[in-house]
Ligand binder design. Structure first.
Ligand code: SF4
Ligand code: SF4
Length: 469
């Protein structure tokens, strides 16, 4: 049985994968994509080394259940805030998709960026242009092929290790990563195995699997059609202008602008023919725009036979102003959701306390009685748990104001390191006479103040004193 013409572009009639060697392309979009990719790769490598207020700018310490994001420390109890950050990111992606289609895939997705900017470039430098690469792929395993393919995979491995190490720095911290790299793998067995596994995954994905991930595995690729509508911008072929394309059966007068050179297919990293209309495999990389513009310039026709446009504009033969692109129900709905979630996030972050304070009664007896100089006193024992949520050391004072109660805290003016917590025990002592009430039951509220003098912050906590009946 053989597969029909509607099969995947990277599959032959027997269902085997066709490994693509897309042609190199030059042009307006190629220039800006190269620039964007360089900036994104530099950011990926540099960010783990940047600090904000003394801590790593972005650090996702999963083992320590602590995330450092732009100077804020988020712990497990901040799950709602982390959820909101993820929600804003997800809705922002839906918003971008509704307006500009798969611009994320073509311009910013790590899969595209690393393959296009690094892995394919390595192939180009070692094996030559796409024609030489195709020839090399077909030839037998002679000396030349072994040397070139071997060198390519050695270069891939070095780059994959670099990416894996940089990625791990986001989770263990850049300084810790350097320490681990200087030690033996046996001292950091888990981290070593993670880096090695990740290197293998990157080698497999960026070196071999490539566009198959976008076509078969990427969940975003699957749902993007739901997020887009007829007014979303995509890379599109202008059928009205291009068809009927140049071919032996079409007279010169009837021919559209497409000269049927197949260059748009040659450069496509997913191997599709954009002239067949919008396809799920198109990652919006713009290579076919540059390729076709180059051909149009050579045959002295206007550029833009393949261009960024929407199905709606192509059908109507118009170009919508930016305002009409933006003023659409789904774009407005996504905007409202992003603004609401961002405002809620800002509000909640603004409300965060620099120090989390919990005052608890200890688990021993509810109170104890002591005799001193012929007088009897009642002691209530509490513990206070303080967690510094800031990036700096904080000094904490605990106070209470009461004329008839004695507050006994062995240590006040406590210093707590950033992202650390401490537990203190304190007692409240009062005369037994105070606890002798008419009802025979003693219970009294007491307020304590936890102050951070340097931050001009204070929080009041209530606790209940108990005494004998
Ligand atoms: S059809 Fe064009 S934009 Fe889409 S993936 Fe292929 S080359 Fe890139
Ligand atoms: S590159 Fe342009 S002219 Fe050539 S086949 Fe593609 S659409 Fe037609």
């Amino acid at each position: 049985m053989s597969l029909g013409d509607e099969r995947l572009s990277t599959t032959d009639s027997k269902g085997n994968r066709i490994f693509l060697h897309p042609a190199e392309v030059k042009g307006f979009f190629r220039k800006y994509r190269t620039l964007t990719q360089a900036v994104l790769i530099c950011l990926f490598l540099i960010v783990p080394w940047l600090k904000w207020d003394g801590t790593q700018l972005l650090l996702f310490d999963i083992a320590g259940r602590t995330f450092h994001i732009l100077g804020f420390i988020f712990k497990a109890h901040d799950a709602p805030l982390i959820f909101l950050i993820l929600a804003v990111g997800t809705i922002a992606l839906a918003f971008v998709t509704a307006i500009w289609g798969r611009v994320w895939c073509g311009w910013a997705c790590p899969q595209t960026v690393f393959i296009d900017a690094i892995y394919r470039r390595i192939e180009y430098w070692i094996q030559g242009d796409y024609l030489k690469r195709r020839k090399l792929a077909k030839q037998g395993w002679d000396q030349e092929k072994i040397t070139k393919i071997g060198s390519t995979w050695i270069a891939y491995t070095i780059i994959s290790m670099l990416i894996a190490h940089s990625f791990v720095a986001y989770f263990v911290g850049s300084e810790r990563l350097i320490e681990m790299m200087q030690g033996s793998p046996r001292e950091n067995w888990n981290a070593f195995l993670i880096v090695m596994s990740m290197t293998l995954v990157l080698l497999f994905d960026f070196g071999w699997f490539r566009e198959q991930f976008c076509i078969i595995a990427c969940p975003y690729g699957r749902i993007q059609s739901v997020l887009m509508d007829k007014k979303s911008v995509s890379v599109l072929y202008d059928m009205k202008r291009g068809e009927p394309r140049k071919s032996a059966g079409v007279s010169k007068e009837k021919q559209g602008d497409c000269v049927n050179c197949n260059r748009c297919v040659e450069v496509c990293p997913t191997g599709i023919d954009i002239r067949r209309g919008i396809q799920m495999e198109c990652i919006g990389c713009t290579a076919c725009i540059d390729a076709c513009d180059d051909i149009m310039t050579k045959v002295k026709k206007p550029v833009g036979l393949i261009r960024y446009s929407s199905e709606y504009e192509m059908e109507k033969g118009i170009s919508l102003p930016a305002s009409k692109r933006l003023l659409r129900p789904r774009v407005l709905a996504y905007s409202a959701a992003i603004i609401s979630a961002s405002l809620l996030l800002l509000f909640l972050v603004g409300q965060r306390e620099p120090v989390l304070v919990n005052v608890l009664k200890t688990k021993d007896a509810p109170y104890s009685k002591i005799d001193e100089n012929g007088n009897s006193f009642i002691l209530n024992h509490f513990k206070i748990h303080l967690h510094n949520q800031t990036n700096n050391i904080v000094r904490v004072e605990v106070q209470t104001q009461s004329n008839d109660l004695e507050f006994i805290l062995p240590q006040n003016n406590i210093l707590i390191e950033s992202n650390q917590h401490t537990e203190l025990h304190f007692f409240v002592r009062f005369s037994i006479l105070l606890s002798k009430t008419q009802s025979g039951k003693f219970e009294r509220d007491l307020k304590i103040k936890v102050k951070l003098p340097e931050k001009e912050y204070e929080v009041t906590k209530g606790l209940v004193l108990v005494g004998p009946i």
